[in-house]
Write a protein that binds this ligand. Structure first.
Ligand SMILES: [Zn+2]
Ligand SMILES: [Zn+2]
Ligand SMILES: [Zn+2]
Length: 399
């Protein structure tokens, strides 16, 4: 699924370490190493419930930058340079021809691609049973998977629909690293919470009802097949963030870059608005979703990575960008930890990696800190209480 890549790397396979990406030529700082579209992606269900309007195929925001910032600050905000800098083009937006407004796209092309790859199977207008079961699945998922969301059950459903519409997708799915039964069990536990055994039974039943009599899907709908599929989703989901306001801000900064006085003014405006959005809407700033990316899933973690993933096209296309010069033969790495975890102690980082990804890191930074005392960082104890707490006010504040 890689797009437009002149290949600057090779995929290496090691029986113990698994797959890794190795630079084939010198990659300079700032260079885009590759770009790829996901096998499947989906907006998070809570995020959609909170009215983050995005293309259901590629996650391009469907709201304008002004609508975006006004919704998140709960004020009516007018922005300068919207004509030059806001890229939302409502004239191009279209609804699904079957289910209408329920599935909206940024363009006719996205509607077409969605239909060809999975929506022909999943359109709620297919039958009343399809509509009821999809709704049941989404409601149930939301009841067990509270924000901050990490993956969507819709990834799994879309994979199955893609396989039903095109049997060769099975080969693509096999590219995602397989887990042992024991690892699968752990990833499912992380994804579905402590009552995961009960949850698997409920989720599997609803999904079996979504795809009655589909022989090709049988291997994925047995108890073990279903568990491995859930584990693939749990282990490999990459977060996607898009935002009409952020895109406007980037374009605006570029537009006024040569005018220092105006640049200063615009930066102040942008910073002030980000701050206000943060206050009113918490960490819910972007349209968020997740996807499964074939190449990205081969990249190993380092606490001091030499590359990072970004979404510079403001849709589901992932770009891998070099953070420093990478020499031929050197491994390409990314950091699996988010911003607030990156600077914590070696012990804290590895506790997190072990709990969420089931491995211990031996990167140069960890090796350097190997003699540090086994202390957890101060912030950690506060944070660990916040994980997926259903009573978290912010999580439920969706208006
Ligand atoms: Zn789109
Ligand atoms: Zn539809
Ligand atoms: Zn490390």
């Amino acid at each position: 699924m890689a797009t437009n890549n002149t290949v600057k790397f090779v995929i290496n396979y090691d029986p113990i370490k698994g797959r890794s990406l190795i630079a084939k030529e010198t990659i300079v700082m700032g260079e885009i190493i590759f770009e790829e579209s996901p096998l499947v992606c989906s907006q998070f269900l809570w995020n959609a419930e909170c009215k983050y309007d995005a293309c259901q195929y590629c996650l391009t925001p469907l709201e304008t930058a002004e609508e975006n910032v006004s919704r998140l600050t709960k004020e009516c905000i007018q922005l300068p340079y919207v004509e030059q800098c806001c890229q939302t083009d409502k004239c191009k937006h279209v609804d699904c021809l079957g289910c209408g407004r329920q599935e909206r796209y940024c363009s006719i092309e996205c509607r077409q691609r969605a239909r060809e790859s999975y929506h022909q199977t999943l359109c709620p207008s297919q039958s009343e049973t399809m509509a009821i079961n999809l709704n049941k699945l989404c409601q149930h998922w939301k009841s067990i998977h509270y924000p901050p969301e990490t993956a969507s059950i819709m990834l799994l459903v879309k994979i199955l629909a893609r396989i039903k519409q095109d049997a060769t997708v099975v080969e693509k799915l096999q590219q995602f690293s397989s887990n042992t039964a024991q690892e699968s069990e752990k990833f499912v536990h992380i994804l579905c919470g402590d009552k995961f055994q009960e949850q698997i039974i409920i989720l599997r039943q609803i999904i079996v009802d979504l795809f009655p009599n589909e022989e090709i899907l049988n291997p994925f709908l047995t108890e073990n097949g279903f568990k491995s599929l859930l584990a693939i989703v749990g282990k490999n989901s990459q977060g996607i963030g898009t935002s009409a306001f952020s895109q406007w801000a980037r374009n605006c900064e570029r537009l006024v870059a040569n005018n220092p006085a105006e640049c200063e003014q615009i930066n102040q405006l942008i910073d002030g608005l980000f701050e206000k959005m943060e206050q009113i809407s918490g960490c819910f700033i972007n349209t968020e979703g997740s996807g499964l990316y074939e190449l990205q899933s081969c990249i190993n973690h380092s606490c001091q990575p030499n590359s990072e993933t970004c979404f510079q096209h403001n849709n589901f296309i992932l770009s891998l960008k070099a953070l420093e010069t990478i020499n031929p033969g050197e491994e390409i790495t990314i950091c699996y930890l988010d911003e607030c975890w990156k600077d914590r102690s070696r012990h804290s980082r590895n506790k997190y990696l072990q709990q969420n990804y089931l491995f211990t890191c031996h990167c140069p930074k960890c090796q350097q800190q190997t003699n540090d005392a086994d202390e957890t960082s101060d912030e950690e104890d506060e944070d660990s209480d916040l994980q997926s707490n259903p009573d978290d006010d912010e999580a439920m504040n969706c208006d």
